[in-house]
Design a protein. Structure first.
Length: 153
């Protein structure tokens, strides 16, 4: 009788300990899955932002050149409207990035890159346009280089 009681208690204790460790493993597995999902979201948002900001920068350069070459014309208007569309895509990419990025410094770098790109078409001459374009590219490169290590974790 005593041996049976010990066996039952041992089995019960084993079940409780197994349940405890399985619950911990399950929680840990869920945490890892969530962390990986967030990491993948960040990679997607950061790379999408970089892509649309490159397109916006190209559209801003094109807008500037068309306005100087053609004056008020159909090509200049088309280029301006294309830059508006690129700005909408860049703003949407920035918003998505801001939603998934937990780092305030990275968010500020992304905003700065967007703002530098946004002001490019206001350049008064070729050298200023070139300076603004390089400034926008450098700001985006800075964002990407600072963001890259954060998605390795």
């Amino acid at each position: 009788m005593e041996a049976a009681l010990i066996a039952v208690l041992g089995t019960l204790l084993g079940s409780v300990v197994t349940h405890f460790f399985q619950a911990r493993a399950s929680v840990r597995s869920a945490e890892l899955a969530r962390a990986e999902q967030i990491r993948q979201e960040r990679i997607a948002a950061y790379s999408a932002f970089a892509g649309v900001l490159h397109d916006y920068r190209r559209a801003q350069n094109d807008r500037w050149y068309r306005a100087r070459e053609d004056g008020p014309s159909g090509a200049a208007d088309a280029s301006r409207f294309a830059s508006y569309e690129a700005r909408i895509a860049a703003r949407a990419g920035l918003t998505r990035l801001q939603l998934v990025c937990g780092d305030a410094t990275l968010r500020q770098l992304a905003v700065q890159a967007f703002e530098f790109t946004h002001c490019m078409h206001e350049a008064a001459d070729e050298s200023e346009r070139d300076r603004r374009s390089r400034q926008a590219k450098t700001a985006l490169d800075t964002f990407v280089s600072r963001a890259a290590p954060t998605v390795d974790r």
